[in-house]
Design a protein around this ligand. Structure first.
Ligand code: ZN
Length: 259
């Protein structure tokens, strides 16, 4: 038996408490619905976390015990404490996978990892979305055909202000005419990041079989290949270097620290 991938599903978990329509679709929260779907895939150990938990449910112990973090947020991005964002960022750079869903495009952690505005066009008109599969050989698109459709979704349109993805695997077309880069992969440090567009809270998107399949595939793709803490060591040469100290000075960073 190989070790299970430890997945933490983080949800802001505010809409489900306040909005009746959302509560009806996701009585225990979108994260709980996703967890039910992911439990069908063998090899995953799933934990839930949300904004109102102590330290947003992302204590040092939880973060260091997470292989892949899934993130959904919308109305309360600003309430996420910067020190927690820094903790998550550090872990991604060490090798943890990060999957950001839908309105998580404006989360602090996504903007921190990518360094751009992450803005886009949007419209709530329950319109059809068609997601085209650009990379049928990619691990995240396994089991997905040429495309799949969601009958009702919020529109996100270009320009999406992100760094050009290392790999673009889905492009969405919307009934109103816009297109959007809806499945994007990046690497930051040793960590893999996947952004997946669908998931507006007032539509049953997370009950959709294809959406669940993509997120499940993404968990396996984003799982760490290595976890390596950052360091910046002064390094000894492998071969003997002829002495040049008398000829060139040194910046003295190490010398000063020894004073
Ligand atoms: Zn939305």
């Amino acid at each position: 038996m190989s070790t299970p991938i430890r997945v933490t599903i983080w949800n802001e978990f505010r809409h489900e408490k306040k909005n009746e329509a959302v509560k009806k679709l996701y009585p225990a929260g979108m994260h709980a619905t996703l967890a039910e779907a992911l439990k069908k895939r063998p090899g995953l150990e799933i934990r839930l976390a949300s904004l109102d938990d102590a330290e947003h449910g992302l204590t040092e112990q939880v973060v260091s015990g997470t292989d892949v973090l899934i993130w959904w947020g919308h109305v309360a991005h600003s309430e996420v404490k910067d020190e927690i964002v820094t903790r998550v960022q550090k872990r991604v750079l060490e090798g943890m996978g990060l999957i950001v869903l839908h309105s998580g495009h404006f989360s602090k952690i996504f903007k921190r990892m990518l360094g751009t505005n992450c803005s886009l066009k949007w419209r709530e008109a329950a319109e059809k979305e068609r997601l085209w599969n650009l990379e049928p050989g990619h691990p995240i698109t396994q089991g997905i055909g040429d495309y799949f459709e969601l009958p009702n979704e919020e529109m996100y349109g270009e320009r999406f202000d992100i760094p050009t993805p290392d790999k673009l695997i889905f492009v969405s077309w919307f009934e109103g005419g816009e297109v959007f880069r809806s499945g994007c992969c990046w690497e930051r440090g040793h960590g893999r990041i996947f952004y997946f567009r669908p998931g507006h809270e007032t539509y049953p998107t997370f009950h959709n079989e294809n959406v669940q399949k993509v997120i499940g595939n993404a968990v396996f793709w984003a799982a760490p290949r290595i976890i390596q803490a950052d360091s910046c060591p002064n390094y000894q040469p492998l071969e003997k270097i002829a002495p040049k100290d008398a000829q060139f000075g040194k910046a003295g960073v190490l010398q000063e620290s020894k004073l």
